[in-house]
Design a protein around this ligand. Sequence first.
Ligand code: AMP
Ligand code: MG
Length: 521
Amino acid sequence: MELNIQDTFNQKLPADLRIDNSRRQVFDACFSFVKPRVPSKPQLIHFSKEMAEALGINEEEVKEKYFLDVFSGSKVMPETNPYAMCYGGHQFGHWAGQLGDGRAINLAEIVHHHKRWALQLKGAGETPFSRTADGLAVLRSSIREHLCSEAMHHLGVPTTRSLALCLTGDQVLRDVMYDGHPAYEKGAVVCRVSPSFIRFGNFEIFARRKDKENLRKLADYTIQYFYPTIKETSSKKYLLFFHEVLSNTLKMIVEWQRVGFVHGVMNTDNMSILGLTIDYGPYGWLEGYDKGWTPNTTDRQNKRYKYGNQPYVALWNLFQLANALFPLVEEAKPFEEALEKYKIDYANAELSMLLSKLGIRESKKEDLELVESMEKVLELCETDMTIFFRRLANLKKNDSDEDALQLLKPAFYNPEELVGDVQSAWQAFLKKYLNRLCVENHSDQERKITMNKVNPKYVLRNYMAQLAIDAADKGDYNLIDELHQVLKAPYDEQVDSEKWFAKRPEWARHKVGCSMLSCSS
Ligand code: AMP
Ligand code: MG
């Protein structure tokens, strides 16, 4: 395996002068050099062929011991200098100080086909940023991260990627529900891949410490390598940079809402400066459509990060980024204007996205009302989001509202609730929708094709990941691969995978790992 290594982050930016792993506050530096921990009995249990190809690694090379050595943390590639990034962040609305890569170790950056990729191990041991924790990750959360990042990529959602999933052979102690019942679990390491892992929090830490010099260095570096279309040289470039980050973040959120993804921990340290989904922790997928749903039990009281809040939280986080970049511009107004504009741009983008899910090509004035009535009926009784939109594509313009409702029945968790006012509301919405379709000038068949490109048939339902985890715990990794394969073509019919196009089974409704997740990972 020969990778075209071209490090920049650890070459161009200031390093911490200390090289030991002891926990500490790291000042005047963007990162600390660290060594991955050597696992006792590493084993590759899954890899993404597409990701390997994108990096210029072929299947033969994946099978070589060297691949396992590098991506389990056993060996450091020659002429590379692994490092952990220093960042801070706002957690659940409060400034949390220095956080940093507590269990992520960047191995190197490589360039393949003119694309830059940073390779990062998650769960490969302690760093100066590990605080009170062990720097390790368990198999459960590593499977979730590996499967979901690749699934999101194939759904067309901007995301960090995952190359490989390895068992370490070591045991890791975790208290899954934080209720005083710690138990040993299998340790694992995921190799994540992204053009860059820089977060909002990387900027926030310097602004908070009034370290304008390093703030500027980091911003200049980020613009040079990741926002190269910005040619401005005056301080206005930081504003243009902010506009780009804002726009990328907005696009990412629209995509999350489109597929029903709930991140679960949208702290500013979990916001990528490239607008990529990053840090797959207690995330979840909407089954019943419910704007108030969050998978994260740690957030159950306030539900700050519930599905319906994601667009606003992103704005709140962008406001924190604006604060962090302010010292480089020293003018508040343009930031305020950009943030104001986000609200309008988001509302427009969300409406277009929802109309595309409904198969409506050109928006009309009255469409906002149609979308609002759809959201209302979806929450009247538990309705599976994925199944609803996918089946909606089968409606014919000339169907009656009764027929249409009949066709949607498989999307309802309790079809017996479809009586009285609930039934009338659904029929009223469907009548409006069918009338609206009659004004569109594409055929039922054409509409179905376009709708099926934005309404996935297969998503990583919470229980699916849990089934793969339960099997993997017993040493059976087939389901990881089966799900990985299905989720590579989420918009295709895939007749052999029909069983994954089904409502969440009842046993999974209140099960830990399916509907209840914590940050313990
Ligand atoms: P998260 O909530 O996963 O985004 O993590 C927040 C912070 O805690 C980050 O700085 C992580 O690096 C750190 N962290 C999370 N889990 C661990 C762990 N097991 N060991 C060390 N640091 C961790
Ligand atoms: Mg994080």
